[in-house]
Design a protein around this ligand. Structure first.
Ligand SMILES: *Cc1c(COP(=O)(O)O)cnc(C)c1O
Length: 437
């Protein structure tokens, strides 16, 4: 006989609150696009933040060889400890020495950086508490937090100051329920790289208000010439920092799902409870892929610096090229990134009276020019769009040139710019200014 009185004779199977409250804004916007590309032009997606999509960027031979060797080991097939194999955690600790004093005890291996992010959010915040997230910023924070009842509060980044944090706004957002400040450096989607001084300003705010920092440094070292990457943990005097990173972007292997958390807690503020909490949470998936864990020491040790240098140089050149091309697009303002693999572009939407917002703009770009850029609304940041810089050079150039044509065809700002539209007068800094305003 059933003990459960509320059972009836009818089937009534419902999705949980967690499932119903979990949304991925990018997926839902991209999947709901109804427009078809122009059949006379090959479709170019500048929207996917996966450097492997076009096959032009590949991991070095040493990385592939490490996994080939791992597959032969019988120890790469069984379960590992939930936090990861000792040798793999030691290798990550050594690789992460630039972050400060790191030992294997401070490392927890995860199934990708997004899993690392899920664990650090879950260990610091309860339902009803909030975390502070940069806007524009990577949207997985919202996806992960909302289902758990954790509130997202945004702090502003300043597009006119190379996306630096609006420090007053950041401090104003902190309240009694703030569990953590998220810092994404270098940034997706902005491509900004913060210098030491700015990171120290952020740390001061965290320290004054006694809020720990979650540092998303999946793009660590991914910086263009003239910029320097500094791990925020290396500057922290007292603020506990949980750093999330992994193989995904730097080693060009997003599908391998290997990320990690590094606990920086010099003054033992987080204490045993948070450390044990992370270890407990790690047991929820019994640890990440042991095939990749066994390859990890060789991957981290034998990947030559020249591989990283070449990838970053390629992306930097792509950024310069796209910036130069897009400067010719009236009504657009590309913002030159300092690192990572993206560029944000402002759409001066009032100059395009046919379009009400960035979504309509990018949709028409698809139907006329077969180029898809991610609309700013995917980052809850209207009237911008994001392009990825990892696509092959000729494809990126072609896409930018189509963007320029599109803008010239749709901009509406009086006679002077009509002349530019028709290439009667060349675009110079001066005419660009007129057409920008
Ligand atoms: C890509 C990305 C991640 C997620 O990485 P995975 O290892 O694929 O989970 C996390 N944070 C930022 C800022 C990213 O761009």
């Amino acid at each position: 006989m059933s003990q459960r009185g509320r059972r009836t004779q009818e089937w009534d199977v419902r999705a949980s609150t967690l499932a119903r409250n979990t949304h991925n804004l990018i997926r839902s916007i991209v999947e709901n696009l109804t427009v078809e590309p122009n059949p006379s032009k090959p479709f170019i997606a500048l929207s996917v933040g996966d450097p492997t999509t076009f096959g032009n960027l590949n991991p070095p031979e040493q990385v592939l060889q490490a996994v080939r060797e791992s597959i032969e080991l019988h120890t790469s097939r069984g379960y590992g400890p939930a936090k990861g194999h000792q040798e793999a955690r030691e290798a990550v600790a050594e690789y992460s020495a630039h972050q400060g004093n790191v030992t294997a005890e401070d490392v927890i291996l995860c199934s990708g950086c997004s899993h690392a992010i899920e664990l650090v959010i879950s260990v610091l915040a309860d339902s009803g508490q909030n975390i502070l997230v940069p806007r524009p910023g990577f949207m997985i924070y919202k996806t992960l937090a909302e289902g758990l009842g954790i509130v997202i509060k945004y702090y502003k980044l300043l597009p006119d100051k190379q996306w630096m944090v609006d420090l007053d706004d950041l401090e104003n957002q902190i309240d009694d329920d703030t569990a953590a400040i998220i810092v994404i450096n270098p940034s997706n989607p902005c491509g900004s790289v913060y210098n030491k001084e700015h990171l120290n300003d952020i740390l001061d705010i965290a320290s004054r208000n006694r809020v720990p920092i979650i540092a998303d440094e999946i793009y660590e070292h991914f910086v263009f010439s003239g910029n320097e990457f500094t791990a925020i943990s290396s500057l922290s005097k007292d603020v506990p920092v949980l750093t999330c990173s992994g193989l995904t972007k730097r080693f060009l292997v997003p599908g391998w799902r290997l990320g990690w958390i590094i606990i920086h807690d010099r003054h033992n503020i987080l204490g045993k409870e948070v450390r044990n909490g992370l270890a407990n949470l790690a047991t929820r998936i019994l640890g990440p892929s042991t095939l990749i864990q066994r390859a990890l020491p060789a991957i981290l040790k034998y990947t030559p610096q020249s591989f990283f240098d070449e990838v970053v140089l390629f992306i930097e050149n792509q950024a310069k090229m796209a910036f130069e091309e897009l400067r010719r697009a009236p009504g657009l303002r590309p913002i030159m990134p300092q690192g990572a693999m993206y560029m944000m572009i402002e759409i001066k939407i009032s100059l395009f009276p046919e379009f009400k917002n960035d979504l309509q703009f990018v949709e028409r770009m698809v139907s006329e020019q077969s180029v898809f850029c991610l609309p700013g609304r995917c980052f809850e940041y209207p009237n911008f769009m994001r392009i990825v810089l990892t696509v092959p050079e000729d494809i990126l150039r072609e896409a930018c040139q189509r963007l320029v044509i599109f803008c010239k065809e749709h901009i509406d700002i009086g006679e002077k710019c009509k002349e530019i539209d028709n290439n009667i007068i060349p675009v110079t800094n001066e005419t660009e200014f007129i057409c920008d305003n």
